[in-house]
Design a protein around this ligand. Structure first.
Ligand SMILES: Nc1ncnc2c1ncn2[C@@H]1O[C@H](COP(=O)(O)OP(=O)(O)OP(=O)(O)O)[C@@H](O)[C@H]1O
Length: 238
């Protein structure tokens, strides 16, 4: 019987055990939820509207507090950390892509993308150089000086992807990253998100309503009241 600890590289990026969450007093969204995501693995979470997918992502990010259970990121239990340490963990190890962009209108694209690095204490010059590299990687080369107001929805979402990846997080959390894009643009944005995550070796947990998007990931799970269940998608279409 093995008695030594597993090598650090085998530690899941994300390990969730017995997670339960109720909202509005009595309504239980889910209970006994288990999830383990390996380094570099991509996972899609599907489920009916109101099932609690966004709530789950917020719990995974430590932005919301569960009623029971545990979330570990890189082996560290979020509930065991004080707010400052939780914030530092989010800043260092997690990247977020939200459907509503959260791109700041008064900052240039370069400044928007560099923000996570600057918050970590990087020098502005270094941060902007890395931001320019990431913008080029998502097809927005030479656009670092533009402001968000001039961008299309698809371009804006690519900026959000660049920003989520700029600090090379080990875990990417994406909430409907292609939800408000037309199908052709959605395919391109999704390919970029998955391609960049894989290129950086980042694990990805993505909430999506699209079976077509989900089929591009390594594993698809359906959120239900009793937790997450594996789904086999037969057709890569909506
Ligand atoms: N703070 C809160 N107080 C009360 N109810 C809440 C709260 N947060 C979420 N809810 C409810 O919990 C349920 C789950 O919301 P959530 O946004 O997580 O669902 P979802 O699966 O992401 O839905 P959708 O696919 O429509 O985005 C919803 O019915 C929502 O109204």
């Amino acid at each position: 019987m093995a008695t030594s600890s597993p090598p650090a590289a085998r530690t899941p990026v994300l390990a969730v055990h017995g997670l339960a969450k109720s909202v509005g007093g009595a309504r239980q969204l889910f209970a006994g939820l288990e999830l383990s995501v390996a380094p570099g693995e991509t996972v899609a979470i599907m489920g009916e509207s109101g099932a609690g997918k966004s709530t789950l992502l917020n719990l995974l990010a430590g932005l919301d507090v569960a009623d029971a259970g545990e979330v570990r990121v890189a082996g560290l239990a979020l509930t065991g950390l004080d707010e400052a340490k939780r914030t530092a963990l989010r800043r260092d190890r997690i990247g977020f892509v939200f459907q509503a962009f959260h791109v700041l209108p008064h900052l240039t694209l370069g400044q928007n993308v560099a923000l996570p690095l600057l918050l970590k204490g990087a020098a502005p010059k270094e941060g902007l150089a890395r931001a320019a590299t990431l913008l080029a990687a998502v097809g927005l080369e030479g656009r670092a000086g533009d402001y968000p107001a001039v961008l299309s929805g698809g371009e804006m979402q690519r900026v959000a992807i660049a920003r989520a990846l700029v600090h090379a997080p080990m875990l990417l959390l994406a909430d409907e990253p292609t939800g408000n894009l037309d199908p052709q643009i959605a395919d391109k944005v999704l390919a970029l998100l998955l391609g960049q995550a894989r290129a950086q070796g980042a694990a990805l947990v993505m909430v999506t309503h699209s079976a077509r998007a989900a089929a591009q990931t390594d594993r698809v799970l359906q959120l239900a009241a009793d937790g997450l269940h594996p789904v086999v998608l037969h057709h890569a279409s909506d």
